[in-house]
Design a protein around this ligand. Sequence first.
Ligand SMILES: Cc1cc2nc3c(=O)[nH]c(=O)nc-3n(C[C@H](O)[C@H](O)[C@H](O)COP(=O)(O)OP(=O)(O)OC[C@H]3O[C@@H](n4cnc5c(N)ncnc54)[C@H](O)[C@@H]3O)c2cc1C
Length: 501
Amino acid sequence: MFQKILRLLGRLEQHFFLWRNTMQIMNNVYEHYDVVIIGGGLGGLVSGNYLAKAGKKVLLAEQHFQPGGCCTSFKRKGFTFDAGGHFFGSFGEKGFLRKIIQDLELEDKIKFKEAEPSDYLVFPDFTVKIVRDLSHIEQQLKSIFPDEEEGITKFLSYLKTFNYTMSFRIKDKTFREILDSFFRDEKIKAVFDVLLLYIGLPSKQMSAVAGIILFRDFILDGGYYPLGSMQNFSNMLAQQMEKFGGTVMLSTKVEKINIEENKVTGITLKDGRIIQSDYVISNADANQTFLDMIGEEHLEQKFVTRLKEMEPSVSHFNVYLGIKSEAVENLAVKGNTWYVPEYDIEKIYNKMRTNPFHENGFIHIAFPSFYDESLSPEGHESIFLTILAPFKNVSYWKEQKESLSQLLIERAEHIIPELSQNIVVKEISTPQTIYRYTLNSQGANYGWAMKNSQVSRLRLNQKSPVKGLYLAGHWTLPGAGLATVAQSGYTAAKMILEDTH
Ligand SMILES: Cc1cc2nc3c(=O)[nH]c(=O)nc-3n(C[C@H](O)[C@H](O)[C@H](O)COP(=O)(O)OP(=O)(O)OC[C@H]3O[C@@H](n4cnc5c(N)ncnc54)[C@H](O)[C@@H]3O)c2cc1C
């Protein structure tokens, strides 16, 4: 009953947003804003909140019918499924996300559940349980890899004490080089390697600094699940922005960023309406922002060339399943699980990037309803299976998605043996689905791939080359991930507040 009321309220809220947007457009109510934000991913929503709270007149335009971008959810037959992210990081005592929640007065509105354990890594010869207590991870690894005892102690201590001075020394290194300096056994390297896939690259391609920050802020800090779903978190941010006096317009696509003499003058919406503003924050895909919404003719050739050389991160293929709880009652693993049939992560990664059907591919199984039982009807669980996947065209996915989903279900049966007999609801998303709902190039999950040539000072700056245009989100600094883009939203707002002071 309670679930039904929640669903009804959710639908009413959507209708209200749409109705209100239409009225605003018809009445041409708003024409000039202090700041316009393109995109309601977490980067955009967090910027909008800080700016509105500081008294700026802010408009956020989001093309999707709900806010959140990669942080959205959908419902099917009583099950709630998160479309993208499954955990937040950086919510520990000193985590940046915690600061944002406090600053934005959301502590009473959003509750996070600590995911403990956050991950199980299931390899052919052993399983590692990732928990907050590092000494527990240390003990497990030492009992599996007694010959690596010294390296394990040193590596974990290195991760714990890592600071920005140290980051300068390893700025050109890959994460693999760091692993090689501590370990000899390829199997222990695979343990750390597979976790890097949480931001989309294996260790040989991943920037060492980005990898270490991922471990520090996301993995060793543990995962956190926002109760009520990922969508609930995004909705709260949108509502709070409005409470601070900002305006959120959903189902509103921005077509153009208007510029005169290399200075932003506002935006043009898809319906042709022009909104004036001296400041624009783009939370949208960077290629779209610069090449489509601005146009090469307004940009320096050097910048355009660099942009065209940059490489988007991977995308995902997801199978969302509503299942009977009996399928998972006696599982050995009780949390999100990586099933990894081979130790050479680099090799499997490269194969899966071109062929999602690669037979020894890994799979990630998320169990959100283990952390929040409101996500599924009583006696059921909501889970999702994920692999990385190439950005192929719509007709490829129309033909292949059903058989690929079957392959994922079979693979997941290594962990949940009676999975196929217990499925009540199934939904599939492909890289094209991610593209459709976020407009991120090639359905990229994490903005630009987190390689050395695309992180730190080599990532796009938040202050763009166009005066008045700022960036927030995973195409800019500091990088990818839910908490990280929230931080970038904070910084973009801060930059504008300083500029307009
Ligand atoms: C499948 C998947 C799983 C992930 N798992 C995790 C995880 O577990 N933990 C984690 O920390 N991170 C995870 N990530 C990464 C993380 O979710 C993203 O890095 C982050 O949410 C990106 O946020 P963003 O602010 O950059 O914008 P996005 O979420 O990309 O949102 C951009 C928004 O802009 C809108 N937009 C684009 N163009 C326009 C336009 N022209 N007009 C109006 N609106 C526009 C889009 O509709 C979208 O809502 C995952 C990502 C994906 C896709």
